[in-house]
Write a protein that binds this ligand. Structure first.
Ligand code: HEM
Ligand code: FMN
Length: 842
């Protein structure tokens, strides 16, 4: 044996030792110290001394259960004050640990876990339905919603108890009490032993109150089972009636309470953290995200998931392992030496010394994981590679702890996580709510991403109701080839014509509306927009056999939130990946953002070309500051895009070049309001005009709907209504009765409500922009509708060279022209077809 050397230690202060090194993020502090002091170091926390090890070689030694056993001399000793001899915080040699371990382990056997599939699916369905019903623009607070999933799943599967967290705005009081309890445990760990107790009276009272709340929840669970006896073979019945095969004893009532709280704590914080980090990592790594989705589509298609599917997701398993490696939700576990021993051949450890396995550091050990250990690479964790790693470097991956004190709930967490991921990826596309989000970590004994929000949009053009049926296994099974078709495509199937994909990057709806306009116009030019969707849907999915048109905006130089994934992915490519892609880009921007004017459309346009793409026409642009964007877009469409497409693909025009024959409209009388999606009603509490002259500036107070968060710096978008007076003018012009309803039929994709009678007031008030300046195409359509030569001449003049001065500057709408020329017999169907859809304003 080589000579013993002292264990490095940061210089400390008398009495408090190294407490000064610690902030409210102790795990980050420990990693920082490991970077300074190396794979083994000691910290003195008041009177307690802890040795930290952060390399695989040293952790491998402390995982030897002949030399070390689980320690409670760390923060777990404080947690024990709340949950006593529950499994997690019981001493190794405490009889109650062995008894509970033997009684409860069978409840986590493979068959029992398999039997929990139905209940796990039930809660995961609630989560999916919440995401679907809140719509694609709603920010999902990731850690909170996965906490709901994990808490409710555990309680339902293990105890047949429903917290119903997805049906309440706030979290169940147990969650707050548990959070407070664990945080206070951490604070006490960092509190010097000599600090007088009276200084912490409020914290101490809260600590006691939190423990009482957790106990009360556990009692509720037990009472509920006692009132509704059941023959379920779950964890709770094992606790209540299981008999220890070794001693013939049952668990005491007190111990059952401790176990229940333990399971509720241990079983949900961790799983929720694992899923939250996994989504963060996947959203930051588009290629890996894509592989997960491909695996899910390959295995499930559109079929409802069953228990037999669960072992068919090796890539998801690899992703979860890699996520737990990089971001273990329990950052360290602790053992103590059975006898004096030597670590690493040179560090003396005394009997009873506490040694903590610093997973946050050891999981990045380059000896095991190579120089790219800090990177997210699920491939290194596929079944074969994982087995090889563990064989070559025993104990190199320890997120579930060690040996007999390792996690009893591991198979439970695994099945729950795989099920949730498969269901989510099968049915949703996810994007970061804030594409610029940088990972922040919240520490409460476990680790979780803080303030991390994402958005979920339904795939395959599904509605929430269709999702509900799909998840219940009621939807007709479709073949695998239909997987990527959004609903717009199904509608567009009515048309013949060459296929065309249209994608938009849009936050407030302008580019989306323009994309919609393009799709509506396509049949007129011999094309059929088979795909219309957010740009992120085009990631790794750009068509190679038909043209792709992209309409996108920029926000502070960044992509709109439904395009960030696409842009990330595109920028990560290096070769000739687009050599079979033909594309055209139209960019919307605002010149006030001088440095980043049209940055994203330009970036998309030039990058696709660099990657070998075939640019069909030069990029078109519109500036929200100066002109009417619809008019600019239509001009680009009519004068640049369609002629080039027609030449390249050999298509011809139909007779309806202005597109006004696209709709047929039946006017009926019953009134029926149609709910709009994706907007929530808020209450304007007060408005005040702050200016006495010049353009009015207003102070407006808005009461947001419950559950809709707002923090300083967030944008507020408003979906306006047309003024009633303007709507009334349309009623007069088209001689609609006050209660007229419109039943709209369309042979093209449209944003109007179709095939159902909707009040004309709603359609005209809420679905279309009535006051936009008439586009050149609109004016020519009016001219086509009249035989009066003088009117035709006047209209052609308006659409001619002076169009900008006569129409755009004066903001002359189609309605005004129709009023000016009452003799033009223009049907309401043609009028609606030419109006742009209503857009939100920021
Ligand atoms: C990704 C999810 C999970 C992770 C990362 C995790 C991690 C861990 C770790 C590291 C330990 C050992 C702690 C130590 O040595 O001090 C542990 C123990 C434990 N875990 Fe988990 N856990 C997870 C999920 C669950 C679930 C779902 C349950 C319950 C259903 C659960 C129940 C327990 C219990 C009761 C113990 C104590 C076992 C004993 O000492 O006998 N865990 N877990
Ligand atoms: C907060 C904010 C930031 C913006 N940043 C940019 C920018 O960096 N570059 C740019 O050209 N336009 C910028 N714009 C203008 C928008 O891109 C423009 O209004 C566009 O039409 C919006 O399209 P959308 O409605 O489809 O989201 C910004 C607008 C807002 C409200």
């Amino acid at each position: 044996m080589s000579e013993l050397v002292p264990i490095p230690q940061p210089r400390g202060l008398p009495l408090i030792g190294n407490l000064g090194e610690f902030t409210t993020s102790p795990m980050a502090d420990l990693v920082r110290l490991a970077d300074i002091y190396g794979p083994i170091y000691r910290v003195q926390l008041g009177s307690k001394s802890i040795i930290l090890v952060g390399s695989n070689a040293l952790i491998n030694e402390i995982c030897n259960e002949k030399r070390f056993h689980k320690s409670l001399k760390t923060v777990l000793g404080i947690v024990r004050e709340g949950v006593h001899d529950g499994l997690f915080t019981a001493y190794d040699d405490e009889p109650n640990w062995g008894k509970a371990h033997r009684i409860l382990t069978p409840a986590f056997g493979p068959l029992s876990i398999r039997g929990m599939f139905g209940d796990m699916h039930d809660i995961a369905t609630q989560m999916c339905m919440k995401f679907a019903r809140h719509g694609p623009h709603n920010p999902i607070h990731v850690a909170e919603d996965f906490t709901r999933l994990a808490l409710d799943t555990l309680a339902l599967c293990a105890m047949d108890f429903r917290f119903n967290s997805y049906y309440r705005e706030d979290m169940h009081p147990f969650v707050a009490a548990m959070g407070g309890f664990l945080t206070e445990c951490g604070n006490r760990q960092r509190r010097p032993a000599f600090a007088p107790n009276f200084l912490f009276r409020a914290a101490n009272d809260q600590f006691a109150a939190d423990i009482a709340t957790m106990k009360q929840t556990a009692d509720e669970v037990v009472d509920s089972r006692k009132k509704n006896p059941s023959d379920r073979k779950d964890l709770l019945s094992a606790m209540l009636s299981g008999v220890d095969p070794q001693t013939g004893e049952k668990l005491s009532d007190e111990n059952i309470t401790n176990q229940l709280i333990t399971f509720l704590i241990a079983g949900h914080e961790t799983t929720s953290g694992m899923l939250s980090f996994t989504f963060y990592l996947l959203l930051k790594h588009p290629a890996e995200y894509q592989k997960v989705q491909e695996e899910v589509d390959r295995v499930l298609g559109r079929d409802a998931i069953t228990v037999d599917h669960l072992n068919k997701f090796p890539y998801i398993a690899a992703v979860l392992r890699e996520s737990l490696r990089l971001r273990s939700t329990i950052g360290a576990f602790s053992v103590e030496a059975n006898d004096d021993t030597v670590l690493g051949g040179k560090y003396l450890i005394r009997k009873g010394d506490v040694v903590s396995a610093l997973l946050c550091k050891a999981h990045l050990d380059p000896v095991v994981y190579g120089e790219d250990a800090n990177e997210f690479k699920p491939e290194r964790m596929t079944d074969d590679n994982f087995a090889r790693l563990n064989e070559e470097f025993p104990n190199c991956w320890k997120p579930f702890g060690n040996g007999k004190r390792g996690c009893i709930g591991r198979p439970f967490a695994w099945q729950e996580a795989i099920l949730a991921m498969a269901m989510l990826f099968q049915n949703f596309n996810f994007t970061m709510h804030d594409p610029n989000y940088q990972l922040q970590i919240k520490e409460t004994l476990t680790l979780k991403p803080d303030n991390f929000e994402m958005r979920a949009s339904l795939r395959h053009g599904m509605t929430a109701t269709e999702l509900e049926q799909t998840l219940a296994g009621k939807a007709p099974t479709q073949d695998q080839t239909s997987i990527k078709k959004p609903k717009a495509e199904a509608k567009a199937q009515l048309n013949t014509g060459k296929p065309l994909s249209v994608y938009y990057g849009s936050n407030s709806g302008t580019c989306e509306a323009l994309a919609q306009r393009l799709a509506t116009d396509a049949p007129t030019h011999g094309f059929n927009a088979t795909t219309i969707g957010p740009l992120d849907e085009a990631k790794q999915n750009l068509s190679q056999d038909h043209p792709v048109i992209i309409v996108t905006a920029s926000y502070e130089g960044q992509p709109p939130s439904n395009a960030a994934h696409f842009v990330n992915w595109m920028e990560s490519l290096k070769g000739n990946e687009m050599d079979k892609v033909s594309y055209a880009v139209f960019g919307c921007g605002h010149r006030d953002w001088t440095q980043t004017f049209h940055r994203i459309p330009k970036l998309v346009d030039s990058t696709l070309e660099k990657l070998g793409g075939d640019r069909i026409v030069p990029m078109g642009t519109a500036d929200a500051a100066s002109s009417d964007m619809f008019s600019d877009f239509e001009t680009w469409e009519d004068e640049t895009l369609w002629p080039a497409l027609k030449e390249k693909y050999g298509t011809g025009d139909t007779s309806d070049v202005t597109g006004v024959q696209a709709l047929t409209v039946e006017v009926t009388t019953p009134r029926k309001a149609t709910l709009r999606q994706d907007v929530e009603e808020a209450l304007v509490v007060s408005t005040k005009t702050l200016t006495s002259s010049g353009p009015p500036k207003k102070h407006i107070e808005i009461q947001l709907p419950t559950g809709m968060p707002y923090k300083a710096g967030d944008y507020l978008a408003i979906l306006p209504m047309n003024p009633q007076a303007t709507v009334a003018r349309v009623f007069r012009r088209f001689q609609l009765t006050w209660d007229a309803a419109l039943k709209i039929h369309s042979n093209r994709p449209t944003t109007l409500p179709i095939n159902t009678p909707v009040s004309a007031r709603d359609v005209l008030g809420a679905y279309v922009e009535l006051s936009q300046p008439a586009t050149k195409r609109n004016i020519l359509a009016l001219a086509e509708a009249t035989d009066d030569k003088s009117i035709v001449q006047e209209l052609e003049k308006l659409a001619g060279d002076d169009y900008q001065d006569n129409i755009v500057s004066k903001r002359v709408s189609v309605l005004e022209l129709l009023e000016k020329y009452p003799s033009i017999a223009f049907p309401i169907s043609s009028y609606l077809a030419m109006l742009p859809p209503m857009r939100v304003r920021q």
